[in-house]
Design a protein around this ligand. Sequence first.
Ligand code: ADP
Length: 237
Amino acid sequence: MITVENLHRHFGGFHAVDGASLRIETGSITGLIGPNGAGKTTLFNVIAGRLPPTSGRVTMDGEDITGLPPHELFSKGLLRTFQIAHEFSSMTVRENLMMVPEGQHGETLWNAWFGRGKIAAQERELAKKADEVLDFLTISHLADERAGNLSGGQKKLLELGRTMMVDAKIVFLDEVGAGVNRTLLNTIGDAIVRLNKERGYTFCVIEHDMDFIGRLCDPVIVMAEGKVLAQAPPTAS
Ligand code: ADP
């Protein structure tokens, strides 16, 4: 479980996050909604270690993780994705998946190649895992496509795939549906639900599409002006 207690993040005199408190229960798909400028992305950035908080506390399963850098959070299984997908555009989809850090030990394919020499067995293992991930996401047909040629929604699926390469525990997804067509948005939603149910992922999702939020998320947290206005309790469904 992630808890956020009385979190503040100020930019000069501006209080982008202004005393936010919330809980993200393990095993949930928690939605985070609110108008533009509510402080959702800033909150994500603070939780995920990209911005230090001005004050307040973040814990993960009781452990204080406030202000830990992204790579330390990553080693605990906490990841965030971005509004704009960060793919290596000239590499194929499979190669993109193979480039993510492997396992929970900070060991990267890059290290494997240049630090300790190229290890063919390890590469084969990564390629196999990448193919399993593509199969899970139903995008095996895109394995050899250059990532730069993917649509916005397909890039989002690739980002989800990257989290699977490292067996993430909790994933923060920022505006997963922005600019994505309805069919692909459903595919992404299905992948999120299956990762949650079959792989035990916890998600926290910022999204403006209320159909998507309503279908996927429980509970839903509402933010405005840097504060949490409401956290709807999980329903019985
Ligand atoms: P949301 O994701 O809910 O749209 P943001 O967290 O992106 O909200 O932004 C909250 C407010 O904080 C906005 O008014 C934004 O302009 C401001 N803000 C965000 N980042 C910075 C920054 N680095 N410097 C100054 N102001 C910022």
